[in-house]
Design a protein. Structure first.
Ligand code: HMG
Length: 388
């Protein structure tokens, strides 16, 4: 029996900021953002979307009645939680009409949360093959206007159903992981924007990747030649190139070209959305599956998950017959193409309109939010959600 990802889906906002517009407004050479950072567009998240609504919008594309019968584990990975006590998973369970005979909770370790959830789900489904787990990675990446991190903002949600005999991807073999107490990126409770030591965070990321990859090779006996493609947590897509470059010299020239080409397919969605934090690795995976032209059933892909603070993990998955979902791929392409381009001024207004961390009722202007699930406001300390 194999265990893995049976369904995947993705949601982000219907607005974006063009990185050339941002570069011009910040007096930077556009090529710094387009090539040096590797980002073309950035999702602009309105205050009527939070991690709960984005997750619900992602899930509604894939959750059917069979899933409703079988899902009894809901794990919500996020570092943009909406409450210091109640988990986003409980809100989601209710919104999607999932079974109440379920464990529903939130996990946090920066961008690593969804991977923690996925690995927990794998263990659970291995022991309960007739059950399914729903794993979410949803976040909104905020660094601040005119900060070096601004070009690496973004947001969205990934949803994954973990089952036995999955149609898309199966887990294969062990994981290698490494953690250490590191201050490369964090967000104190009183802030809506992250604090980051950007260049240091890049170095730690590559160090953790090398560390887990070397350990993985040692315990599995596999080499770079055994992988069809490598996928990465992509806070910005150049970061994945830095990761890939750290091991490329282990392959001959043909293999190097091949891995670089697969990376190009894999970063297509990410370079148009920006950082989803904990969903980013899985958006990279989905982009690879939907855009690569030469993947085949049985191919092995590597996944490197990194969450600042810091936790790294490397593992592999193999492609199953249903790894490519053309309907989903077309829908994502259409959604990304139909987004509204906002000016830098409009983006700044939306950014500054973020719900502050303070007491008080708020009524939001949700009429223009095109998503099915949205946030209407806050009343008596409670978030009020709506559905079209
Ligand atoms: P910066 O200082 O503005 O940029 O910050 P830079 O001067 O380092 O330039 C960036 C790249 O552009 C360089 O290339 C330049 O050479 C190049 P590199 O040396 O990196 O290969 N460049 C150009 N290229 C072409 N044409 C040009 C040009 N000019 C310059 N004209 C930084 C960049 C990424 C540090 C900043 O945006 C930042 O702090 N971002 C946020 C932190 C981050 O994303 N860290 C990633 C690793 S940590 C992580 O992944 C975890 C995270 O997702 C959080 C979590 O776990 O929850 C962040």
């Amino acid at each position: 029996m194999s265990v893995g990802i049976d369904k995947m889906s993705f949601f982000s906002s219907d607005m974006y900021l063009d990185m050339v517009d941002l570069a011009n407004a910040r007096n930077e050479d556009p090529n710094k953002y387009l090539i040096g950072i590797g980002q073309k567009k950035q999702a602009v998240i309105p205050n009527t979307q939070d991690v709960v609504t984005m997750a619900a919008n992602a899930c509604e594309k894939i959750i059917d009645d069979d899933n409703r019968k079988k899902i009894d584990l809901i794990i919500f990975g996020t570092e943009t939680g909406v409450d210091n006590s109640k988990s986003a998973a409980i809100y989601l369970q209710n919104m999607l009409g999932l079974s109440r005979r379920a464990r529903a909770f939130e996990v946090k370790q920066a961008c690593y949360g969804a991977t923690a959830g996925l690995q927990m789900a794998k263990e659970y489904v291995t022991n309960h093959p007739d059950k399914q787990a729903l794993v979410i990675g949803a976040d909104i990446a905020r660094y601040g206007i005119k900060t070096p991190g601004e070009v690496t903002q973004g947001g969205g949600a990934m949803a994954m159903v973990v089952s036995s005999n999955p149609s898309m991807l199966e887990f294969e073999g062990p994981s290698t992981f490494y953690s250490d107490d590191i201050m490369d990126f964090w967000r104190p409770l009183y802030r809506t924007e992250a604090v980051v030591d950007g260049h240091y965070s890049n170095d730690v990321y590559v160090k953790f990747f090398k560390n887990t990859w070397d350990e993985y090779k040692k315990i599995t006996g596999l080499s770079i030649d055994d992988f069809k493609a490598m996928t990465f947590h992509l806070p910005y897509t150049k970061m994945g190139i830095k990761g890939l470059r750290a091991i490329l010299n282990e392959a001959d020239e043909d293999k190097q070209e091949h891995l670089k080409q697969e990376f190009e397919y894999g970063r297509k969605y990410n370079e148009n959305v920006g950082n989803l934090y904990t969903g980013s690795l899985y958006l990279n995976v989905l982009s690879l599956l939907n855009n690569s032209t030469d993947l085949q059933t049985g191919d092995r892909i590597g996944l490197f998950s990194y969450g600042s603070g810091a936790q790294g993990e490397f593992f592999s998955m193999k492609l199953k017959d249903g790894f490519k979902n053309d309907q989903l791929a077309d829908q994502i392409d259409t959604d990304l193409k139909n987004r509204k381009r906002v000016s830098v001024e409009e983006y700044e207004r939306i950014f500054n309109n973020w719900i502050p961390i303070k007491d008080g009722d708020i009524n939001l202007d949700y009429e223009n939010d095109s998503a099915d699930f949205f946030l209407k406001g806050v009343k008596n300390h409670q978030r009020i959600y709506g559905r079209k």
